[in-house]
Structure formats: structure tokens, C-alpha cells
Design a protein around this ligand. Structure first.
Ligand code: ACO
Length: 371
């Protein structure tokens, strides 16, 4: 066989050999990503002046150096909007072509209406349904799974998935055991049909038995806002850090291995690991288990801390923008969080590198070297 046809069949053979994965009629994939973080930087040294902690403790125990804090007038939908706009631009999809918008967040603008509905209005995505998802730090990957199911069943063509968090609003700035960990930001992805590549597997899980390990006690129907709940500081996040740490190390490995198995791949096939950014020691444990070189693992928590549902999409977008992803690369996203929840997906990347499309240079020219 000669010419282009030979290349086509060779590619099919390559895909058949290299890729197993769950069987679907139309494969969904990521068509574009975007991210936004607020400008205000809060360093460990700033925290040293506010509470009994030290840069040394925070860096050695978590790997975090600084985080971003939203302005007073910025809510989750305000962070989600620029991230969503960028994802649509990279995907070359108009807002009006979206069939659905899904926002994963633990810090929505309001209990209702959903942050997704507010984002729909702002984008002018008038043909899209919209709802929020609550799966804490696993929310973005949960969202990708829901979006992929819509696309692969034929019930939607393009779905926007956003992870957006303003964790500074539910952080107890008098509790040094949690205040040093979190930051604000948003990341987004457009999910749609792909000719090659796409999502090969998903693993989603929950263990409500661990619900009390990570909780925002008040503000819901269990403990509505009252003078007492405010006085008792029940509107701030509470966490049993040691127990969550043990759970995280175990579940990151288990969920990742299961996602690779369902995709018909092994750790040796991995081109990039995009883990949830909660603690560098948790990421290091995963890196060691999979014996990955540092350039195959995305780490940005030193600059942003833990942004919950926004962590994985911001890390994915930064990797894309830095030219660390090319079509055909095997990518593993994995996260864990409150619920308890966990989620992992293996996908074949399908968006051309911005280093080749000129997108990155255009961003640099605009002076936009950060998300
Ligand atoms: N500065 C200085 N000392 C501190 C601080 C601080 N900010 N915080 C705690 N300490 C002290 C503690 O009081 C304790 O002192 P003691 O021994 O005298 O009692 C000591 O440091 C050690 O505390 P540990 O809690 O044992 O510290 P550890 O090494 O476990 O690190 C941490 C704590 C960073 C929270 C870690 O347990 C962790 O990362 N856990 C996982 C958190 C996580 O992944 N959360 C995800 C949730 S995301 C979501 O769903 C929103």
C-alpha cells in the first residue's frame, strides 16, 4: 500500500495496538482548555505575619509557597468566566454551540441559582443546559465523565466543564492547620466528539463513611446560618488532615492503576500524570509508585496551593500551554477529595500543541504568561 492510505491504516493499527479502553460508538475527548487565577498573591511569608506558622513548615510539609486570593467582588462565576472563554477559544467552539455547562465547585456564588446558570448568562450560551456538581476536589474529573457520557450517548455534542473555587471564603484564617493549604482559581475544558484519541476510561468512587473527615458544617439544611453558627465558626472548612492524607496516598494509586487497566494500558505508556494538587508529598508518593521522571508529572501547587475542583484543570491547561502535550500523548488525571470522593481518567490528548499553532506566542505577546 502506498501514500496517504498507508499512513491511515498504519495509524489505525497503531491505535488498535496501543489503545484498549471502554467501547463506545462516538469517542469524546477534550477539544480545548482554559484557566484563570486571581492576581493577588498570598505568600507563606504573608501568612507568617498573620498566624503562628512558618514558610519552612508550609514548604516542607506541603510544597506550597504561595496561593492566589480572589478580590472581594469576585465570586466563583467571575473566575469561571475567563477560564471558560479561553477553553472555547482554544477549542474554536462558539458559546452558542454549547449543549451543556457543568460547573464543579464547593464554593458556588449562591446555593441557587447554579454557578453554571450564571456562567451560561455571561457567556451567552443560550442553547446550553446548566447545573453545578458537588464532588469537592474530584469534581472536575466527575464533570468530565458526565460530559463524556452525554457526548458518547449522542445527547449532547459540546459540553463545557469548569472547576471553579473561591476557597478563601470558606477558609478559617484563625486555623493554621487548614488556612495555609488553599487558594482560588478556575480551569475549564470543552468536551466534544474526537476523530482520534479521547477518553479511554473513567474511574469514579465515593466513600460516605469518611464524610466527616472534610466538611463545611453550616450553611446547608443541616445547620442553617444563625448567630450561633457564625459565632462557632461553623461556616469554615474543617479537615482531619492526617486521615485525609492516608486516604489520599492509597486512593491516588488505586484509582490510577484501575483507570490504566480499564484503558488497556500500563504505567509505562504514560506520557503525563496530572494529579490533584493538595500536597507535594502525596504527589511524590504517586510519582514513586509509577516510577515516573519529574517531567512526566505536573506540579503547580507551589504557586497556587490546593484549589479543589480547579486544581486538575488549571494544571492540565498549564501543561498544554507549556507545550508538554501533543496529540496522541497518554494523559492520566487523578483526584481525591471531600465526600470522600475520588476520580481518575485516562485520555489520549487530541489538541495540537500551542507551540505549533502560535497560541502560546500570541499569549506571550499579550503579556499573558500565566493563566
Ligand atoms: N504551621 C506550623 N505548624 C503547624 C501548622 C502550620 N500551618 N499546621 C499544623 N501544625 C503543627 C500541628 O499542630 C502539629 O503539631 P503537634 O505535633 O505539636 O501537635 C504538627 O504541626 C504536625 O501536624 P500534622 O497534622 O501531623 O502535620 P502533617 O504532616 O500531617 O501535615 C497536612 C498536615 C499538611 C494538612 C497533611 O496532613 C495533609 O496534607 N493532609 C491532606 C490534606 C488534603 O489533601 N486535603 C484535601 C482536601 S481538598 C478538598 O476536598 C477541599
Amino acid at each position: 500500500m502506498r501514500g496517504p492510505l498507508r499512513g491511515f491504516w498504519a495509524a489505525c493499527g497503531y491505535l488498535r495496538v496501543r489503545v484498549g479502553g471502554e467501547r463506545v460508538a462516538v469517542r469524546a475527548g477534550i477539544l480545548g482548555t482554559g484557566a484563570y487565577v486571581p492576581e493577588q498573591v498570598l505568600t507563606n511569608f504573608d501568612l507568617e505575619r498573620r498566624m503562628n506558622t512558618s514558610d519552612e513548615w508550609i514548604r516542607t510539609r506541603t510544597g506550597i509557597r504561595e496561593r492566589r486570593i480572589a478580590r472581594e467582588d469576585q465570586a466563583a462565576s467571575d473566575l469561571a468566566f475567563p477560564a471558560a472563554e479561553e477553553a472555547l477559544r482554544v477549542a474554536r467552539i462558539a458559546a452558542a454551540d454549547l449543549d451543556g455547562i457543568l460547573v464543579a465547585t464547593t464554593t458556588p456564588d449562591h446555593v441557587f441559582p447554579s454557578t453554571a446558570a450564571l456562567l451560561q448568562r455571561r457567556l451567552g450560551a443560550w442553547n446550553a443546559w446548566a447545573f453545578d456538581m458537588s464532588a469537592a476536589c474530584s469534581g472536575f474529573i466527575y464533570g468530565l465523565a458526565v460530559a463524556a457520557s452525554f457526548v458518547e450517548s449522542g445527547r449532547a455534542r459540546y459540553v463545557l466543564v469548569v472547576g471553579a473555587e473561591v476557597l478563601s471564603r470558606i477558609t478559617d484564617w484563625e486555623d493554621r492547620t487548614t488556612a495555609v493549604l488553599f487558594g482560588d482559581g478556575a480551569g475549564a475544558a470543552v468536551v466534544g466528539p474526537v476523530a482520534e484519541g479521547g477518553f479511554l476510561s473513567f474511574v469514579l468512587g465515593a466513600d460516605g463513611g469518611g464524610a466527616d473527615l472534610l466538611v463545611l458544617p453550616a450553611g446547608g439544611s443541616r445547620l442553617p446560618a444563625s448567630h450561633r453558627t457564625v459565632e462557632e465558626r461553623q461556616h469554615f472548612l474543617k479537615m482531619n488532615g492526617r486521615e485525609v492524607f492516608k486516604f489520599a496516598v492509597r486512593i491516588m494509586a488505586e484509582a490510577s492503576e484501575e483507570a490504566l487497566r480499564r484503558a488497556g494500558l500500563t504505567k509505562d505508556d504514560l506520557d503525563l500524570l496530572v494529579p490533584h494538587q493538595a500536597n507535594l508529598r502525596i504527589i511524590d508518593a504517586a510519582q514513586e509508585r509509577f516510577q515516573l521522571s519529574p517531567e512526566k508529572v505536573v506540579v503547580n501547587l507551589d504557586r497556587y496551593g490546593n484549589m479543589s475542583a480547579a486544581s486538575t484543570p488549571v494544571a492540565l491547561h498549564e501543561a498544554y500551554r507549556a507545550g508538554r502535550l501533543s496529540p496522541g500523548n497518554v494523559v492520566l488525571l487523578v483526584a481525591f477529595g471531600g465526600g470522600l470522593t475520588w476520580a481518575a481518567t485516562v485520555l489520549l490528548w487530541s489538541v495540537p500543541s500551542p507551540l505549533r499553532t502560535g497560541e502560546f506566542e500570541a499569549a506571550l505577546a499579550r503579556g499573558k504568561t500565566e493563566p
